[in-house]
Ligand binder design. Sequence first.
Ligand code: UDX
Length: 425
Amino acid sequence: MLTITIIGSGYVGLITGICLAERGHAITVVDIDEKKVRAINAGEPPIYEKGLQELLSKHAGSNLHASTSYASVSDSDVIFIAVGTPPLPDGSADLQYIKSAAEQIGIALQERHVPYPVVVVKSTVPPTTTRDIVVPAVEKSMKDPFGSCMNPEFLREGRAIEDFMHPDRIVIGSCDEEAIAKMKQVYAGFDAPMLVTSSTAAEMIKYAANAMLATRISFSNEIGNVCKKLGIDVYEVMQGVGLDNRIGPAFLNAGVGFGGSCFPKDVSALASLAIAVGIDPILLHSVIKVNDNQPSIMMALLEERVHDLSGKQIAVLGLAFKDNTDDIRESRAIRIIELLREKGARIKCYDPMAMEEVKHLFPPSQEISYMSSAGNALDGADACLVLTEWPEFAELDVEFSRMKTQIIIDGRHILSIPHAEGLCW
Ligand code: UDX
C-alpha cells in the first residue's frame, strides 16, 4: 500500500484517485476548487461517471480524502499531476497549470518525510514536458533527489473506471529504476502488459494513440461520404475492412464526427507540435478537416430533404458528445444547432443527460426548446437529426409517428427503424 497524492480532481485525477483507492492505496486528491473538495469528501461525485458514486461512497473519508492544500505531498510515496492542459488559440497545449502544480510540489517537498518521492505526470502533455518543464519546476525549490515518470491515461468517458481497472496496457515513461519500481507497486495486481519507455515516448504515445483513433474515424467518415453518393452502406464496408486482423473493427463507425475533451484537442496539439518542429502535419490537418466538415454534410443532406429550413421544426436527438455522459465539449450537436439557427429553423432538443449543459449555451427561447423525452421532441417535427449514440434511441419506434413529416437522418447508426436515412450510409 502506497501513500499517493493526486494534484487535480478533474476527470483524470478523480478517476485515478478512486481506482487506486479501490486497489488499497491511501489517496489524497488536491484541488483549488473548494466546492469540488467538499463534494468529494461528502461522497458526492462532482461529475457523472458510471460506477463513481459507489466507489466514492466506499472510499471517501476512509482511504480517499480531498483537500485544497498540498500538505499531503510531503508524506507521499508518489505524487501524480493530473491538472488540465487546455488548448491555446493556436491549438497548442497550455502548460501553465502543469508548471504551477510542479512548482508547488517542489515547495511542499522541501519538508518531506519520504526518502525518494516520485512525481508522475498523468496529464496529456507535449513530448519533453516532463523532462524539461516538470522536473526543473520541482527542482526550483527542492534540491534533494526525487524520481520522475510520465504515465499517460487512456480512459474513455463513461467507461473510465472500467478502463482504469482493466487497461489494455500501462505505459511507464521513465529511465529511473527506482521510479519504475515504485510505479510497478502503484499498479501491482493490474492484469495488463506494462511498457517501460522514455518519458518523451510515453508523452508521444498518448498523442499518437488519440490521433490514430481520430484518424480511423475521419477515414471511415470520408469513405462513408463516398459510399453515400454511390448508394453503398459504409457499415457493411467497414465490417469487411475491420475483419482484417491487421486493421481490427474498433473506431470505424462513420457518422457526424468525433467530439469530446480529447480527440479534437489532442490532434490539434499534435499538429501544432509538428509545425513547431518544421513538419507540415498534412494527415492530422485532414483528420480535423474531415471531422469539422461532417456537420455541414449533415445540414446539406437535411436541406436536400426539407428544402427551405426557415420556420421548420427540427427534432435534435442527442446533445452529449457521445453516450453515457453529460459532457458536451466539442459535441457535434453544438455546431449543428448553430447551423440550424442560422437557417431559421425551430429546434426541439432531447438528451437523457446533457440538456442542462446545452441550455447555458443556447437558453430556451422561441427558436430552441428542451423536451422531456424523445417522443415530445418529435411531436409535429418536419425532420429529425440523431446526433448521439444513446442506446435508448435504438428503442425508438412509434414515437416517430408523432412527426409531421418522416424525414429522419441518423448521424450515429443507432436507429433500428427501416425508414431512417444514414448520414453517410
Ligand atoms: C478518448 C479515447 O478513447 C481515450 O482513450 C482517451 O484517453 C480520451 O479520448 P473519449 O473522448 O472519452 O475517449 O471518447 P471516445 O469513446 O473515444 O469517443 C470520442 C468521440 O468519437 C465521440 O464523439 C464518439 O461519438 C466518436 N466516435 C467514436 C465515432 O464517431 N466513431 C467511432 O467509431 C468511435
